[in-house]
Design a protein around this ligand. Structure first.
Ligand code: MTE
Ligand code: MO
Length: 532
């Protein structure tokens, strides 16, 4: 190993007889490693204590939530579109990387200014606490406990590892010292990697999954008069075609929550307040006793791109919102139904929509099961025909009746339209890309809640629009499956789809981006048909 190999010089005995510059480089590297491990151990400990005690928040999560909250919406959308559903893990990795890099820099200053590292770590901890108490579910005292534990553990680790290098002067002692340094570093690294994993594992005990499993919807839901949950009545189902009802664990998820709120159904209640004659509070048992309405509704995200999959159809069980509002007595001027979640997301839509005949539910069930935690357990709103960002609040905590003109929900000041009717859309699911020549099945879904779909047409290259077969019609609030068989010889083709809604309006081919009120335009797909 050569002496000017700086990385190796940290750990190889050869460094013993190195010129004087190398030991100082080696010690600089030691300081960096000590700082990096100090920061890593600080973070790892906070994760561990957050796992051990349910009330102690994870500071990494808290900072992640605050970053999402404070970022311009364009950055959040970029994050979601770049990292997909991994956007939150990606953000967590980013936070950890920045922290340990900063820690490495801190390590360099630790010998000359021993007070500096603890102060800098405390400042970082303060940021964590500030981020944590933004979350209404977190109490500050517990965040402080996590932060202090982290700073103490991080400072101690930093001091210990740095202290290992100070006394050695004789070569033998230096070798022994190096050995201890390597061992401690490896041990520290082990803690940094293992503690968060253990913490995460332990944190799973705090989920409400067990309480959720106790809830039996089959007892309260009235026997359905709706058609059974099916895919396609067509000999064999078309492979790759989206099911009519998307299974809960495949249903798209969009929200601003860094970690899924764990809401204890035993203590949860929702309040109806604001411009009403009587403010009312409902527990989950109250809702279970009234939840006899089932409806099939397609939910869509306003940021769904043409051909995108931020859309899904499910059978929802719940209580008609209008029933609850009638009991509360909406006052004149109460023109907006604004729902709020336990983590302070808000969404608002005109009061008139809840009573215009469309499905508008306080939903507690999804496809025959209690709402999954990712989809809003114990209760959420489902309102047919409008995008999720103005209506579909998950982890519901209250419904406030207020003035539509003067109060805005979460996404409105971030550049999205005040009203969000879902645009008519259609999507090609199959074929995926490559198919064999002969009879080729083209299939997909089309939706225009609450207008319904009356026809779907496809076109190959610049050919004529051809009407296709529609799947089972489960109502105007849901999407519909469609399929079409066509004979194709080898080659490349562009397939395009368009839908006609229940009013006879044909889906526009004018392309608009998702912002501010939903994407429009036709979905096209290039398929390559190969020799058999
Ligand atoms: N509490 C909460 N509810 C929320 C959101 C959110 O960020 N927080 N996002 C909304 C948006 S933008 C959409 S598209 C739907 C998505 O619902 P899903 O995740 O069940 O598919 O939830 C809505 N409800
Ligand atoms: Mo959305």
């Amino acid at each position: 190993v050569s002496n000017n190999d700086t990385t190796a010089s940290v750990i190889t005995p050869d460094a013993d007889d190195a010129p004087s510059v190398t030991p100082s480089r080696a010690s600089a590297n030691r300081e960096r490693i000590a700082g990096l491990l100090g920061a890593g151990i600080a973070l790892a400990t906070t994760e561990l204590v957050a796992g051990i005690w349910a009330r102690v928040p994870s500071l990494i999560e808290s900072v992640g939530e605050a970053v999402i909250d404070l970022s311009p919406s364009a950055v959040v959308k970029f994050g979601i579109s770049t990292f997909g559903t991994n956007d939150k893990p990606a953000l967590a990795v980013g936070i950890v990387v920045i922290s340990v890099v900063a820690g490495a820099a801190l390590g360099r200053s630790a010998k000359a200014r021993p007070w500096f590292a603890p102060i800098a770590m405390s400042v970082a901890a303060g940021v964590g606490i500030a981020a944590a108490i933004r979350n209404p579910l977190v109490s500050g005292g517990w965040a402080v406990i996590a932060a202090v534990t982290g700073v103490v553990a991080g400072t101690a680790a930093l001091r210990y590892i740095l202290g290992l290098g100070t006394s050695a002067s004789a070569p033998a002692a230096a070798t022994e010292d190096r050995r201890r340094f390597v061992l401690s570093t490896a041990g520290g690294l082990g803690v940094v990697l293992a503690a968060p994993l253990i913490g995460r594992r332990l944190a799973k005990r705090h989920t409400v999954e067990a309480a959720r499993a106790q809830i039996d919807l089959s007892a309260i839901a009235s026997p359905s008069t709706l058609p059974p949950v099916t895919t396609v009545p067509r000999g064999s189902a078309i492979e790759g075609l989206t099911p009519l009802y998307v299974p809960n664990d495949e249903f798209y998820r969009i929200d601003t929550a860094f970690t899924i709120p764990q809401v204890d159904p035993a203590t949860w209640s929702m309040r109806i307040k604001g411009m009403v004659d009587n403010e009312l509070t409902f527990t989950l048992d109250d809702l279970l006793a009234r939840a006899t309405t089932q409806a099939d509704v397609t939910l869509s995200c306003v940021s769904n791109r043409i051909g995108g999959d931020l859309v899904g159809n499910a059978r929802w069980t719940g209580v008609p919102l209008q029933d609850l509002l009638d009991e509360a007595g909406v006052q004149p001027g109460g023109t907006q139904i604004m729902s709020r979640s336990v983590d302070d997301f808000t969404a608002g839509f005109p009061t008139s929509l809840a009573g215009d005949g469309r499905t508008a539910l306080v939903a507690i069930g999804m496809n025959g099961e209690p709402l999954p935690t990712r989809h809003g357990f114990p209760a959420r709103l489902v309102v047919a025909g409008i995008y999720g960002y103005v209506s579909a609040t998950k982890w519901l905590s209250e419904i406030e009746i207020n003035d539509f003109e003067s109060v805005d929900g979460y996404w409105i000041p971030r550049g999205w339209s005040k009203e969000g009717p879902i645009k008519t859309q259609s999507r090609i699911d199959v074929p995926r890309e490559q198919v064999a020549a002969g009879t080729v099945t083209i299939a997909g879904v089309a939706w225009a809640p609450i207008r319904g779909i009356s026809a779907v047409e496809v076109r190959i290259d610049d050919g004529p629009w051809t009407e296709v077969t529609l799947g089972p019609d489960i109502g105007e609030e849901s999407w519909i499956q469609w399929w079409h068989d066509v004979e194709l010889v080898p080659g490349r083709y562009v397939v395009t789809v368009r839908a006609t809604d229940g009013t006879g309006a044909v889906q526009t081919d004018v392309v608009t981006r998702p912002a501010p009120n939903g994407a429009a335009g036709h979905h096209s797909k290039t398929i390559s048909v190969a020799e058999v």
